[in-house]
Design a binder for this molecule. Structure first.
Ligand SMILES: Nc1ncnc2c1ncn2[C@@H]1O[C@H](COP(=O)(O)OP(=O)(O)OP(=O)(O)O)[C@@H](O)[C@H]1O
Length: 491
């Protein structure tokens, strides 16, 4: 059996952090995770969005001998990470449908050499099942150069997870084929059941003394979380959102703030944000309505060409005027790492609790205050429930179907609850016992009475919903969901 040459203990990880990644210090727990990885442990990391999980495998990959294989569900996520690593002069590549045949051959030759120059290779789970790729990994393994397998967004392995993907289950092959090669898996959104399932599927639970679990909790104290109530008959979303954004602009126009902005070379309207909608049509029409209100909004969904997507994303990331707000479907999500996103708005209730929090987690990655609103109506709740039930019977496994329905029910419950801290509801959903120190970072803590009144005034009554349900008003189709907004995945 090939044994891997592990990194010597005198390696200075602070030096690599500064020199190669340009960061001055580790965030809490990153050092411990990286040291455990360098010690050859299997690792499960569950940490909040924007924690800095990527560094936990990228830094060891730079230090360790050999190549690190990173399995990732999304093309956009891979491309972003590869670009960022290359910008730090790290030899990173991706083997995906996005690269040219020439580039692909070059990478396969690199693997075939047994001593690849590539330090991090990003691949899809689908590729990991292909014989050609597996054969090349065996060559590398025999040369003791397979340093680590990383499974990013590891909740996709579990049928109990909201984003289950069948090909992730087949990753169990890695432990069987390369028993000594350490495996690291990372996620922001796993409850206990998902975690157990991930560890069992990857075979990590069979060797508990090799395994270290790091769970830092889901609480993001800088996110101000609110649910805003509305109904079809008196839909206030647009006026409410525009009024809120204008009030933010007005605050930025006040004298002291304005001079600070001038000094920083920032525009008043450069308040970057994302609005999540569910249908492509709504995504386009809302962006256009916002432009009519003088807001620099652009739409983003799975049906845009790669060139269009790159243009919208690039201009938004670079704070170009006219690209302040992205109106997107879920095609825009994981892997978006813009640090000054000041708000994430859910225009309608999303399909799952985990999806909601993952998307909200795009906000405030610089640690400064950011706002997360979810516009909730009972009519949407009915529509999305019908949609998820249909989806369940169509293409998911029985377990996964149940898990999705349960996740949506918990999200509905969360929206309809007015007597509890939002952050506490979220961390409790992810199985955490400790109450987060929210202070006033949610609608309940800001003004519980106002929340209760908005709830009573804002929603359609149960009787009305019952009648409309009987009339068949909430059947799937009424909203034209961007079902495979997920078609960004590399199927
Ligand atoms: N020690 C550090 N010092 C400064 N910035 C850091 C540090 N570690 C990570 N970051 C930055 O934090 C941001 C978030 O990191 P990363 O994308 O790895 O988050 P994540 O934990 O994967 O979050 P998500 O699950 O939301 O994608 C990145 O811009 C990254 O460069």
């Amino acid at each position: 059996m090939p044994t891997l040459s592990r990194t010597p203990s005198y390696v200075d990880i602070d030096f690599t952090l500064k020199g190669q990644f340009g960061k001055s210090s580790f965030r809490p727990q990153q050092r411990e995770i990286i040291n455990a990885a360098l010690g050859g442990k299997d690792i499960f990391v569950q940490a909040a969005t924007s924690f800095g999980k990527s560094l936990c495998f990228q830094l060891p990959a730079v230090i360790d001998n050999g190549i690190t294989i990173v399995v990732s569900p999304l093309l956009s996520l891979m491309m972003n990470q590869v670009e960022a690593l290359r910008a730090s002069s790290i030899n990173a590549n991706t083997l995906s449908s996005q690269i040219s045949p020439l580039e692909r051959d070059r990478i396969y030759k690199d693997l075939q050499s047994g001593h690849p120059r590539t330090r991090l290779l990003y691949v899809t789970p689908e590729l990991c099942s292909q014989l050609r790729f597996r054969d090349k990994l065996h060559v590398v393994y025999k040369q003791h150069e397979l340093a680590r397998i990383v499974v990013d967004e590891a909740h996709c392995i579990s049928e109990w997870g909201h984003d289950f993907r069948r090909d992730f289950k087949l990753l169990s092959w890695f432990r069987d084929a390369f028993p000594e090669v350490p495996i690291m898996c990372l996620t922001a959104t796993a409850n206990d059941q998902v975690r157990r399932d991930v560890l069992a599927t990857l075979g990590l639970n069979k060797t508990p003394d090799r395994l270290e679990i790091f769970a830092t909790g889901a609480f993001r104290p800088n996110l101000h979380i609110e649910v805003r109530f509305t109904k079809d008959e008196d839909d206030m979303r647009l006026s409410n959102f525009v009024a809120w954004l204008r009030s933010v602009y007005d605050r930025r126009r006040q004298e002291t703030r304005l001079s600070e902005l001038r000094e920083a070379g920032e525009r008043v309207e450069n308040v970057p944000g994302v609005i999540y909608t569910i249908s492509r049509d709504e995504c386009e029409s809302l962006a256009s309505q916002l432009r009519k209100e003088g807001i620099g909004a652009r739409h983003f969904h799975a049906k845009l060409s790669t060139k269009e997507k790159e243009e919208v994303l690039g201009n938004w990331v670079n704070n170009v005027p006219g690209y302040d707000v992205i109106v997107a479907t879920t095609a825009f999500g994981m892997g978006i790492d813009k640090n000054n996103v000041r708000f994430v708005v859910h225009w309608r209730i999303p399909k799952s609790f985990e999806g909601y929090y993952q998307e909200a987690g795009r906000a405030g990655r610089d640690g400064n205050a950011a706002y997360c609103f979810l516009y909730y109506s009972r009519e949407d709740m009915e529509r999305i429930t019908n949609f998820v039930s249909r989806d369940r019977s169509r293409d998911s496994t029985q377990k996964n179907g149940q898990a999705r329905v349960r996740s949506l029910h918990r999200l509905i419950e969360y929206c309809e609850t007015t007597n509890e801290c939002r952050h506490a509801a979220i961390t409790s959903y992810f199985g955490e016992k400790e109450r987060p120190a929210c202070e006033d970072a949610c609608d309940f803590h800001k003004d519980a009475q106002d929340l209760q009144q908005r709830y009573l005034r804002g929603l359609a009554s149960d009787e009305y919903i019952c009648t409309q349900r009987e009339l068949g008003d909430f059947q799937v189709g009424a909203l034209d969901y961007d079902e495979y907004a997920w078609d960004d995945y590399n199927h």
